[in-house]
Design a binder for this molecule. Structure first.
Ligand SMILES: Cc1cc2nc3c(=O)[nH]c(=O)nc-3n(C[C@H](O)[C@H](O)[C@H](O)COP(=O)(O)OP(=O)(O)OC[C@H]3O[C@@H](n4cnc5c(N)ncnc54)[C@H](O)[C@@H]3O)c2cc1C
Length: 337
């Protein structure tokens, strides 16, 4: 048994846990990052070639968090000396008479996000090979693009270690004992931390059972297409073909996401309102939970990591976390400790 007491233990070396650990280490916190599988692995949600990054959201709070996230991604690129982001633009198409698309337009305008609005008659000049369905509007979020997912994960974990952080992989957490000092048991050891951050992705609820909490997370399917060019050059990023989102292809249907690659990342769990959970455990304020990152959490990870690290250090988070509170599910989130 290790007698060392860490300032913080982070469970889960996906992108959210790795970013949290990175911010903690940068803040001189003695941090341990525990991962059940040997790294790198492709069994969670953070692996693969690419993820969309964008500011185009219906909700103000996501657009505002993304303003900082872009800055933090640029900082990570500078610190690691590697390119993590590529600008492609993002084409958003959606039914003009429904709430989602008009709300997104309003949020973009309110937050002064650089956008090009495309009229139906000029659409094909800008985006050849794509048809804009009748009744749909279109806009391009010009600063959107792709993040190189595997490379980002490697870069963040590398920077975390450069800042003195410790990673132990191949160590599955099997028990958590809350207290002023939290005790975490893995298959091969026992660790103590003054605070604990749980960022276990699709395994969140399995682990949360040890901490006496069940969150209303459910598995969903999302529609993602990764295109390959049939005719060289037609859909290439080099030829300014953007990522795209088709909002609500039919009433009540899920949005379709398109991006340039040919791989499919793994699992996804969502909360009932599809927003994240970024909060302290209702009973133990030194146990912090980051969960429910759905199909869109990767782009936020530097800012998610920052706010989770602030909660773990007992600081006031630099973003309003009320949309992400556990208490919004009070009747569903069962705490039994
Ligand atoms: C198909 C698909 C497409 C997506 N597209 C986009 C996109 O375009 N843009 C975007 O921003 N986001 C996108 N996302 C979402 C994004 O990829 C996820 O939100 C993000 O990767 C979640 O990261 P995570 O760290 O929470 O989870 P994970 O990556 O799953 O990490 C959790 C980690 O915890 C570890 N763990 C679990 N239990 C234990 C335990 N008991 N002990 C030790 N370790 C444990 C796991 O092994 C895993 O490594 C997409 C997701 C999917 C599935």
């Amino acid at each position: 048994m290790s007698t060392e007491v860490y300032d913080c233990i982070v469970i889960g070396a996906g992108i959210q846990g790795s970013c949290t650990a990175y911010h903690l280490a940068k803040n001189k916190q003695k941090t341990l990052l525990l991962e059940q599988f040997l790294l790198p692995h492709s069994r969670g949600s953070s692996h693969g070639q690419t993820r969309i990054i964008r500011k185009a959201y219906e909700e103000d709070f996501y657009t505002q968090m993304m303003q900082e996230s872009y800055e933090l991604w640029a900082q990570l690129e500078r610190e690691a000396g590697v390119q993590l982001y590529r600008r492609t633009g993002l084409l958003v198409m959606g039914p003009e008479n429904r709430k989602g698309f008009s709300q997104l337009k309003a949020t973009m305008e309110k937050n002064k996000i650089p956008v090009e609005f495309l009229e139906k008659k000029e659409f094909n000049q800008h985006i050849p090979n794509v048809n804009l369905t009748d009744g749909n509007g279109a806009l391009v979020d010009t600063t959107a693009g792709v993040l190189y997912a595997d490379r980002s994960l490697r870069a963040v974990q590398g920077l975390y270690q450069t800042n003195g952080g410790v990673i132990k992989d191949g160590e599955k957490v099997i028990d958590i004992k809350p207290g002023d000092v939290v005790t975490v048991t893995t298959g091969s050891g026992l660790y103590k931390g003054r605070s604990l951050v749980i960022t276990a992705g699709p395994w969140a609820n399995k682990l949360m059972t040890c901490a006496g909490l069940q969150l209303p997370l459910k598995v969903v399917k999302i529609n993602v297409c990764y295109w390959e060019e049939k005719i060289p050059g037609t859909y290439s990023v080099d030829h300014q073909f953007p990522c795209f989102i088709q909002m609500e292809p039919k009433e009540g249907e899920y949005d379709i996401y398109g991006l340039p690659s040919n791989e499919y990342p793994g699992l996804m769990k969502v909360t009932p309102d599809h927003h994240f959970i970024l909060d302290c455990h209702p009973t133990y304020s030194n146990i912090i939970i980051g969960a429910g990152f759905s199909g869109h959490g990767f782009k936020f990870s530097p800012v998610v990591g920052k706010v989770l690290s602030q909660l773990a250090m007992g600081q006031i988070p630099s973003h309003d976390l009320s949309p992400f509170s556990i208490h919004r599910f009070q009747s569903n989130a069962r705490s039994s400790l």
